[in-house]
Design a protein around this ligand. Structure first.
Ligand SMILES: [Zn+2]
Length: 355
């Protein structure tokens, strides 16, 4: 029995090194990853397969950064999944050599299979322990188990390394938005509980083609807030454009992201532009509008892009007994979704700010 298991792990390692097909095997043959295993690439990189969709690469030589790249927390957000799949393939097959510790997380594998955002519920509302906070009558589900597993993977990755004060932690949680955005790529900067926003991080995002930053104003149960709040990581939810089916993304649109992330994990020059506030559109949250009634409606066209702005007093949404209006000229809408469950956020509004 033991021998057979060992053989199959050796077969898997051989296949991973030859084909780099970690995501494909995670989706189609996940029993191969039912227990963790490790192997080396040449003599330079330690690989740890933690579980299906969870793999880390650690240079044998000294490093200074611990970088988490996650994708597919929403299963139909294919571009980031394809970007990470390519990076992992290139590392496994020896084409790319990481110089910094890097953990890749492919979030919601069953949702990828059905080309949906999630199977039972939105995973990006289940972090910082929210997965344990079961509403009365609700059973544990796949998304809750996986959120817990992803949290643990991040925790071990950050803590299983000699703690030197110089080490820097990163977590870029890569997404694509349901709708188009006036600003094609944007990032949500999790609430820092009063700490200063980091301009160097914005320079890295700009190199990725992300010039629009939304400063979050409160604690949330997103994945990026978890890493930021619990591990002091530089963490962001990065939205890279609009949701498309697998294979239909124009990967040219993501070349800056790929080049910059590759340079980051390979410890190459990031070619950053000096910080200049004119390069960015920075917003802060003004209104968080939750759906309270089944008749909640948005008062703008379905295809209205994220960050479209409206004049003061413009009616943005309404429901029984309530009207939601712009409070400022230039107030913009983000993440509108009238079909969320009652009690959940149906719309955010944002206004320009400076850091
Ligand atoms: Zn998403």
């Amino acid at each position: 029995m033991q021998t057979q298991t060992n053989t199959s792990i050796q077969d898997t390692i051989r296949e991973l090194k030859q084909q780099g097909n970690f995501l494909a095997l995670s989706r189609t043959a996940d029993s191969r990853f039912s227990s963790a295993f490790q192997f080396l690439i040449e003599t330079h990189t330690q690989v740890t397969v933690v579980a299906k969709g969870i793999i880390s690469f650690e240079p044998i030589a000294e490093s200074t950064k611990d970088i988490v790249l996650s994708c597919g927390v929403h299963g139909n957000e294919t571009a980031p999944i394809e970007i990470c799949d390519d990076l992992v393939r290139d590392i496994l097959t020896g084409k790319t050599i990481v110089k910094q510790r890097t953990l890749f997380l492919f979030g919601n594998l069953p949702a990828m299979d059905i080309a949906e955002r999630f199977v039972e519920e939105n995973m990006n509302r289940l972090f910082s322990g929210e997965h344990n906070n079961l509403p009365t009558g609700q059973k544990m589900n796949h998304e809750r188990c996986r959120a817990k597993q992803l949290e643990e993977a991040v925790k071990h990755f950050y803590l299983d390394v000699e703690t030197e004060p110089q080490r820097e932690r990163f977590h870029y949680d890569l997404h694509t938005a349901i709708r188009a955005s006036k600003n094609d790529k944007f990032a949500v900067y999790p609430f820092l509980n009063g700490k200063a926003w980091d301009k160097y991080q914005l320079q890295i995002l700009l190199a990725c083609g992300v010039n629009t930053i939304l400063l979050s104003g409160s604690a949330t149960t997103t994945f990026s807030y978890y890493s930021s709040n619990e591990f002091n990581a530089h963490a962001f939810t990065v939205e890279l454009g609009k949701v498309m089916p697998f294979g239909q993304n124009n990967m040219q649109n993501f070349s800056e992201v790929v080049v910059t992330l590759t340079a980051l994990i390979c410890d190459e020059d990031l070619q950053l532009k000096n910080y200049c506030s004119d390069d960015f559109l920075i917003y802060k949250v003004n209104q968080v509008i939750n759906k309270r009634h089944a008749d909640f409606e948005l008062n703008f066209a379905l295809e209205t892009p994220n960050f479209s702005d409206f004049p003061k007093n413009h009616l943005l949404a309404f429901e029984s007994g309530m009207e939601y209006r712009a409070q400022y000229d230039g107030e913009a809408i983000v993440f509108p979704n009238a079909s969320v469950e009652i009690g959940q956020r149906a719309l955010l509004t944002v206004i320009p700010t400076q850091i």
